[in-house]
Design a protein around this ligand. Structure first.
Ligand SMILES: O=C([S-])c1cc(C(=O)S)c[n+]([C@@H]2O[C@H](COP(=O)(O)O)[C@@H](O)[C@H]2O)c1
Ligand code: NI
Length: 450
């Protein structure tokens, strides 16, 4: 299973748009608030609400700054000529060094820290170039600092919670003209944005729209976290999140975040559902899934592994727990015999799941077993590219076979449920039917003479 995030930046990208779109994918405001509190940064409030941009409903993320005991919304549009942001502020977290320390010393988890620090570093490098100073001396604007810290950390918290294998961004669209900031009037793209575009080879499209669509925070997020640029050839869009920008343009100022599932089974499952499941099977080979480049050769993705050792849980109870875990979306479960303290024969229950399903798995383990504690960690997993092909057995039955390849070598694995059904229908043994399925697949892919 491969779960990617695709950010469609046809109206540029900013920190607040990114957080809004990610919360719209299913991160609760309460969770975000609880995690942000681990920064121990005060003087602000967050607000997530709904808004409409050109009649398109979208989530809106706001960082409301406290000034002199009052709250002030931060509009991000910097549209008051001559004003810039000449607020005085009691916050002292405005140098890159201070911000890095604040994040490093927080109680945020290591993945959130790593992502946030990376984004800040990318922005600081660009600011350092623009202002001609060492990275450590870069100062973020006093108001902007709190705003940027919250936007960037919130984006990392959401990304960690949603658990993606990799992040793709489209080319970033940008407007033209000038914008205002504390440096006064500056060109669009903002100097720091342009440096990031160059340094990180970000594909960009300059449009005739008047105004700034890409902010330094948005460019920093895209530059620091984008792992891929090319959309997979085949995928299913599992969910869409829409984040609103603060400005109004002739086009809808939104950032769309999409969860892409590039797993072949999911793609063909949806395809079969759409086409009517019997239709596909009836037409056999012609309807078989032909290619899948969504999973690259030996591609890596991240999974969560949960483990618990139990010496007081019956076989029946553990078997039931495994069933529940699989029903809740576990990718695999196993029970490994172990000897625990005091030489007690016991089992280690191991669960592999998508990072986003961690909490669900924990709930099942604590509810359905006698475990009172567990270990969990994230692992990279390497998976072979695979595609499902449909083949016809000599007796006319159609079965699905998974075709995997590695360094040009092909492996065929008949689908268990189809094997079971074919064995029962033909009243023949499992190895016989499997062999016929593998031979048929091999013949179809490589021909008689190979
Ligand atoms: O605060 C600074 S140093 C600053 C630098 C630049 C450069 O490009 S240099 C640009 N800006 C403008 O500030 C706003 C806010 O950006 P966020 O990323 O903090 O949302 C934006 O209009 C930038 O162009 C500020
Ligand atoms: Ni600057």
């Amino acid at each position: 299973m491969s779960r990617k995030l695709y950010l469609e930046c046809y109206s540029g990208i900013s920190g607040d748009m990114t957080v809004a779109a990610l919360t719209d994918l299913g991160v609760e405001e309460a969770y975000l608030r609880q995690e942000l509190a681990k920064l121990h940064l005060d003087g602000y409030e967050i607000k997530i609400s709904r808004t409409k941009k050109n009649q398109i409903t979208a989530a809106d993320f706001d960082v409301i700054l406290k000034e002199d005991g009052e709250m002030h919304g931060h509009s991000h549009d910097h549209s008051h000529p001559g004003e810039g942001h000449e607020h005085s502020h009691s916050h002292s977290h405005n140098s890159y060094k201070e911000i890095s320390e604040l994040i490093s010393q927080s109680e945020l988890n290591s993945r959130v820290k790593e992502m946030s620090l990376k984004i800040f570093h990318v922005i600081a490098e660009a600011e350092a170039k623009v202002h001609g100073m060492p990275v450590d001396q870069v100062h973020f604007h006093e108001v902007g600092a709190v705003d940027s810290i919250v936007d960037i950390t919130a984006a990392a918290i959401c990304l960690d919670k949603l658990g993606f294998d990799s992040i793709l961004t489209s080319e970033l669209w940008e407007g033209k003209g000038t914008t205002w900031c504390q440096h006064g009037r500056i060109p669009v793209p903002a100097p720091a944005v342009l440096e990031m575009m160059a340094d990180h080879r970000i594909p960009v499209k300059f449009t005739p729209v008047e105004g700034e669509m890409i902010t330094p925070t948005g460019a920093g997020i895209a530059a620091a976290l984008t792992a891929e640029r090319k959309l997979p050839e085949r995928f299913v869009v599992e969910k869409v999140g829409v984040g609103a920008g603060k400005k109004d343009f002739p086009h809808a100022n939104i950032l769309r975040a999409m969860i892409l599932n590039t797993d072949t089974d999911a793609v063909s499952e949806k395809k079969e559902k759409a086409a009517g499941s019997t239709e596909n099977r009836k037409n056999g080979a012609d309807n078989a899934v032909k290619t899948n480049q969504g999973i690259a050769a030996g591609s890596l993705n991240t999974v969560t592994v949960l483990e618990t050792n139990v010496d007081d849980c019956s076989g029946e109870q553990l078997g039931y727990a495994m069933e529940c875990l699989l029903r809740e979306g576990a990718l695999d479960t196993s029970c490994i015999p172990v000897y625990m303290k005091k030489n007690r024969p016991a089992y280690m229950l191991q669960v592999i799941c998508r990072p986003k399903d961690e909490e669900k798995m924990e709930t099942v383990i604590f509810r359905e077993t006698t475990s009172i504690g567990l270990r969990k960690y994230r692992e990279e997993r390497s998976i072979l590219p695979r595609e499902i092909i449909t083949v016809t057995l000599p007796d006319g039955q159609e079965v699905r076979v998974k075709k995997c390849s590695h360094h040009g070598q092909e492996f065929f694995y008949p689908e268990y449920e189809d094997m079971k059904a074919a064995c029962r229908t033909a009243d023949r043994s499992f190895p016989e039917i499997c062999k016929e399925a593998v031979d048929a697949a091999d013949k179809r892919m490589n021909g008689d003479g190979k």
